[in-house]
Design a protein around this ligand. Structure first.
Ligand code: AHR
Length: 523
């Protein structure tokens, strides 16, 4: 018996080695002449909550600040976000949204109510940043607003008024109020969240209860003039597939009354390296934690597949978008900072997590129509950190800068055969990738090597009629897994030119350094 077990083990070992030897050569096939779908630019969206220093000190410094600003909004932040083509910004929360009463944040600033931010540290919220300031921010960023309304502690009337205040051109008390506050013309607001995490901080509702609330709110949120709302329903807790089923079932029964019940359905998933009680440090980590963070990030793919399967049952034509409006790394807050402010540094590991998530969203672009990293500035996995007048662009920022080439481009089908990156008895795929073709016919292939110790040679077979030409490449990598950019120091992680490629007869060979993210542009 023992003998036969050890023979079996030996056989398995030889077989596994044989398998690895087969895939040691990382091979990708990209079909450059076929299109799998369109990657919505809104997958590259951001999120700004009234939390810690995201709004105050991050976006907003006030008109009287010595920090260069336009109408109170930091110029350096606007410039940086415009460089990554920020397509949309979600606001005012998060959990804050379901405690927010929008009328507190309009009119003369000195008359605005001061409230307690009960979700995030009990600090005073003076409402100096409200609806007009947010809409001005979106105009400066040239991005679309994504407004999340208050279902948990608000009323249908309050939310309906907000829509009317923002988008109506007709004569009414709400439009008069807007004009009195200095805005003559209505704004265009398409994306509208009906509550946030309504299973939890948004009101501890059940799926049945919320699905009825969604119908009630949705019915009273009107389209004014040419403004047409894209209503986003709150999803359930991560793996709550019953919540998805309940909402989708209700949507599928939509009749005259429930027309336009919802257009999008939200999913939130954060990568937590350990667990909620001990999330781990953003900067001080070992290879096990690098591995655990990356492998837990890949769970996003499972979640999307499973929620999509429920959605497909009721919506095979994929009319409802899956909106991943909160994602990213959540680590322990930086020592010495207010733990309720969720301020964390951002390393090359965060860059890798961003690349893996964006590849997953690109791959599922038939269903995923929007995603918002949490959060834009000074909170969780930020693209920007600020300290007074100083600004830091994080490794995650550079991934968004690199990946902007995929925005609104056609997704090209790819087939990846690659080796594994193994730590202990666990493995993940070494290579992650996306390929797309933009409206000018340029092909962009982004590739990540998740292995922090070994480089990877990747052979890419460009299947298609026309001969391709290498135009340029970019790379993000650094000395260490935990390299990061800090105030007053030269950047350790940034975007650099990359040309370690060869192209013969449409076979592209790329040498990816360890722990690197690369973009190749072809014509
Ligand atoms: O992004 C921080 C918080 O995480 C949000 O307010 C909430 O929606 C989620 O639980």
């Amino acid at each position: 018996m023992i003998k036969s077990v050890s023979i079996l083990t030996l056989f398995l070992l030889i077989f596994t080695n044989f398998l690895f030897a087969q895939v040691d050569e990382n091979k990708i096939i990209v079909n450059i002449d076929s299109v799998q779908g369109k990657i919505s630019k809104h997958i590259y969206g951001h999120f700004a909550e009234h939390l810690g220093r995201c709004i105050y000190g991050g976006f907003w410094v006030g008109e009287n600040s010595l920090i260069p600003n336009t109408n109170g909004i930091r110029n350096d932040v606007v410039k940086a976000l415009r460089e990554i083509n920020i397509p949309n910004l979600r606001w005012p929360g998060g959990c804050f949204a379901d405690t927010y009463h929008w009328k507190d944040g309009i009119g003369p600033k000195e008359k605005r109510k001061k409230i307690v931010n009960t979700n995030w540290g009990g600090v005073t919220e003076d409402n100096s940043f409200g609806t007009h300031e947010f809409m001005d921010l979106c105009e400066q960023l040239e991005c679309e607003p994504v407004i999340c309304g208050n279902v948990g502690s608000g009323t249908v009337q309050e939310m309906a008024d907000w829509v009317e205040y923002l988008t109506s051109d007709a004569e009414s008390p709400m439009t008069e109020l807007r004009k009195k506050n200095g805005r003559e013309k209505p704004w265009k607001v398409k994306f509208w969240g009906v509550g946030n995490e309504s299973w939890g901080c948004g009101g501890i509702m059940s799926a049945d209860f919320y699905s009825n609330e969604m119908a009630r709110y949705s019915f009273f949120l009107k389209n004014y003039g040419r403004n047409s709302l894209y209503k986003i329903a709150s999803g359930g807790l991560q793996e709550d597939y019953n919540w998805t089923k309940t909402l989708m079932e209700k949507w599928s029964k939509e009749d005259g009354w429930l027309q336009n019940y919802m257009s999008g359905y939200s999913l939130h998933y954060y990568t937590i390296c350990h667990d909620w009680d001990h999330k781990g440090s953003a900067t001080d980590f070992n290879e096990d934690e690098w591995f655990s963070t990356l492998s837990k990030t890949l769970y996003m793919d499972d979640l999307i597949k499973k929620h999509s399967a429920f959605m497909d049952k009721y919506d095979p034509e994929k009319r409802i978008g899956l909106i991943v409006d909160e994602w990213g790394n959540w680590f322990d807050s930086e020592p010495g900072t207010n733990p309720a402010f969720l301020y964390q540094q951002n390393t090359l590991r965060d860059a890798m997590v961003a690349a893996l998530n964006l590849d997953i969203f690109n791959k599922h672009c038939d269903r995923v129509k929007m995603a918002n990293i949490a959060q834009a500035i000074n909170v969780l996995q930020s693209v920007i950190l600020t300290k007074d007048e100083q600004i830091v662009l994080t490794p995650t920022y550079y991934v968004f800068k690199m990946y902007k080439v995929h925005q609104d481009a056609d997704l090209l089908p790819i087939d990846i055969k690659c080796g594994n990156y193994t730590v202990g008895d666990k493995s993940i795929k070494t290579i992650s990738s996306s390929a797309s073709k933009d409206s000018d016919g340029l092909i962009h292939i982004t590739l990540s090597n998740v292995n922090p110790n070994e480089s990877a040679k990747v052979k890419i077979d460009l299947k298609g009629s026309a001969q391709k030409e290498f135009i340029r490449g970019e790379i993000i990598t650094a000395k260490a897994m935990n390299s990061f950019n800090d105030f007053g120091k030269d950047e350790e992680v940034t975007l650099k030119d990359f040309d370690n490629v060869s192209l013969n007869d449409n076979e592209l060979v790329v040498e990816l350094p360890s722990k690197s993210i690369v973009m190749i542009e072809l014509k």
